[in-house]
Design a protein around this ligand. Sequence first.
Ligand SMILES: Nc1ncnc2c1ncn2[C@@H]1O[C@H](COP(=O)(O)OP(=O)(O)OP(=O)(O)O)[C@@H](O)[C@H]1O
Ligand SMILES: [Mg+2]
Length: 250
Amino acid sequence: MVATEGRGARGPGGTATPAVRLVDVRKQYGTGELAGRALRGISLDIAAGQFVVLLGPSGSGKTTLMNVVGGMEPATSGSVEVAGRTLGDLDGEALTTFRRERVGFVFQFFNLIPTLTALENVQLVAELVAAPDDAARRAIDAVGLGERADHFPGAMSGGEQQRVAIARAVVKDPPILLCDEPTGSLDLETGRQVLGVLRELSRAAGRTVLLVTHNSAIAAMADRVIRLRSGEVVDDRLVPAPVEPEAVTW
Ligand SMILES: Nc1ncnc2c1ncn2[C@@H]1O[C@H](COP(=O)(O)OP(=O)(O)OP(=O)(O)O)[C@@H](O)[C@H]1O
Ligand SMILES: [Mg+2]
């Protein structure tokens, strides 16, 4: 096991109760000879408020891990505890509620509805989760798009669209944000802005952020960096002095 695991369980800004606790989590696709082992015994504690970057080559299990933590896919075995819920104990309805209320997802592609404005895209989700009336407006402000709330996605840059997607993820005020390659289709400058927004959202509200990337430069701004290879954690370390997102370069 990795040397920093104990330290990582009480990471910077965190508390003793982990936001995520994985115990020997395995995920297998298919059965028999053809079985693909996407996760091969992952045990991790992630402290509340920690900003974690997850690195690893293509196929190493990063997306699978996010999907398991977010309740999108069940683990084949092992225990998955997220935001105080043991996911294996939840039935379909409880799992849907968990996903809707406890986890915010941000993906590489923004998937905004093109016929709705930025604000309307966020309001749609706000209504689904019965968020307070001004929640969508506040979320749009929090990602720095107050001035552009009435623009349509087609008239926004990639970075702006991603910020709308982030506003949509945080409007439900989830304790955990799962971001899979959120800067994957952005250039350096807009990518940095998006990272800055995520970092600020985690600092301001104490959200736990798990961010998957191929880009190891981004690791410099994390509290903690976990590397996967072939479905296993091969490295797990705290970053002693995370840099500001503006200082990240690639
Ligand atoms: N739905 C699925 N059915 C079968 N196999 C799958 C499925 N999803 C993922 N896998 C396999 O599980 C392994 C891990 O995939 P995963 O998508 O988690 O990797 P990743 O680290 O996110 O890769 P990338 O960096 O390319 O996004 C791979 O071998 C992949 O082929
Ligand atoms: Mg992936």
